[in-house]
Design a protein around this ligand. Structure first.
Ligand code: FAD
Length: 393
């Protein structure tokens, strides 16, 4: 395979193409996706066209070999056009990162990465479980293994794009007699599992993620179990990549809200030449908040990238890093609501309307989901526990 994307110039060109599909595809279908709570098939196919689904797969497999910070820029760009499409992309990338970081020692997963590149497969995640809620660190369901084969059944209250994904990464206990926190992370390929609906997805926001609940019943070969415990995968990859890439797409939603507010203030300014509209002061205020939000995310993405590049994966398990990762999520998810709310204050009734070109209704509804994706109170409590032991040097 030839290297597909090795320079910053190539990356800048890719980012321009991402913005181009954002304008011509994601933004065009965003309202319909939101209104019908339907899977944004046009957006995901446009991403496939740019080979974005294998953006984090190393170049040796034919992927784009992007870094954590570059994927964050892609998520941020997509978030400006359709929050649901960007969220699906970020969630897929988190699953890809789990395989890239933790499963390349396995023939099965090396072959999988090749197929992911060729077929631009879409991966979903089943971590949440009925009975454990948002506590990713424990499972009730368990693998039942006979020889080289396993079966597993999980009651998953939320699986985003569960019906449209090609593959699913699922957490469960390693065996029926394993404690709740001794978990395996298992790859289930389409055709190897069945889904029976438990609930539908008619929510306030992120409606296009189609995150219905399902009972998942699966069988497979033990080689489909990632060759590392889920606790390591979570602390080294899923936890940091989720909070960074989610924060990135939330920054994209916030950016679009501020851009709409800017357009509104400019339109107002044109009506009264020589006079700065009062809303311009609010624009200055909200822009400052957006800068803080973006810088916070970018700085943490760089920190994570450096830790990964140090070839000491344990560096990602330090308490200080975990606390800062949680702080990023807490801060970004709260700032998103604040920024969109302030943008709405600027746009006034035009922002409040569903049928205006300045409408911020979808942005605000999506924004409220951010604090629930692993509840902020749950995260604060975890941080409080770690902070009793950890002190920054
Ligand atoms: C748009 C969206 C997409 C999602 N996609 C997926 C997906 O693809 N796959 C997936 O597996 N999940 C997904 N989720 C689920 C999500 O990440 C959460 O884990 C899940 O929503 C938690 O549900 P909950 O709020 O009922 O539970 P909880 O997190 O259990 O929270 C319920 C309440 O209990 C409180 N609480 C419970 N335990 C504690 C504790 N120990 N400390 C402090 N407070 C506590 C919380 O503060 C909150 O008030 C998605 C969620 C959203 C919003």
């Amino acid at each position: 395979m030839t290297a597909l994307l090795s320079t910053e110039i190539d990356f800048d060109q890719l980012l321009q193409k991402v913005h181009a599909i954002g304008k011509s595809v994601l933004r065009v279908h965003a309202a319909d996706v939101d209104a019908k709570a339907r899977f944004p098939v046009e957006s995901i196919n446009a991403m496939r066209g740019l080979r974005l689904l294998s953006a984090y797969v190393p170049e040796s497999y034919g992927g784009l070999g992007l870094s954590v910070t570059q994927v964050a820029k892609v998520c941020e760009a997509l978030g400006q056009y359709c929050g649901s499409s960007a969220m699906i992309y970020a969630m897929h990338m988190i699953q890809v990162a789990c395989v890239v970081h933790h499963a390349q020692s396995s023939d099965y997963f090396r072959d999988y990465l090749g197929e992911l590149v060729t077929d631009q497969r879409l991966m979903a995640s089943a971590t949440t479980e009925i009975g454990t809620g948002g506590d990713l660190r424990s499972s009730i369901c368990a693998l039942e293994t006979t020889g080289d084969e396993f079966i597993v059944t999980k009651q998953a209250p939320v699986i985003s794009y569960g019906e449209d994904a090609d593959d699913l990464l699922l957490t469960c206990r390693q065996s029926a007699d394993a404690p709740a926190d001794l978990q395996a992370h298992v790859m289930l390929r389409k055709g190897e599992y069945t889904t029976e609906a438990l609930s539908n997805w008619d929510t306030l926001g992120f409606r296009g993620t189609c995150s219905s609940g399902f009972t998942v019943k699966a069988s497979g070969h033990v080689q489909q179990i990632l060759p590392e415990t889920f606790s390591k995968i979570l602390s080294q990859t899923m936890h940091p990549s989720a909070h960074i890439w989610w924060s990135a797409l939330w920054a994209g939603i916030a950016t679009d809200a501020v851009n709409l507010a800017r357009a509104f203030v400019r339109a107002e300014a044109r009506k009264t030449p020589g006079e700065t509209p009062i809303s311009a002061i609010r624009l200055g205020e909200v822009d400052l908040m957006l800068q803080e939000m973006r810088h916070n995310m970018t700085a943490h993405a760089r920190d994570y990238q450096e830790r990964l590049s140090s070839e000491n994966p344990d560096a990602c398990e330090e308490f200080g890093f975990a606390i800062r990762t949680n702080n990023l999520k807490l801060s970004s998810s709260a700032k998103l609501v604040d920024i969109v709310g302030r943008a709405m204050l600027i746009c006034g009734i035009s922002g409040y309307r569903n049928d205006s070109k300045f409408s911020l209704a979808r942005h605000l509804r999506d924004a409220y989901g951010a604090q629930l994706m692993v509840n902020n109170d749950r995260i604060l409590k975890l941080n409080a526990t770690m902070l009793m032991i950890h002190r920054e040097a």
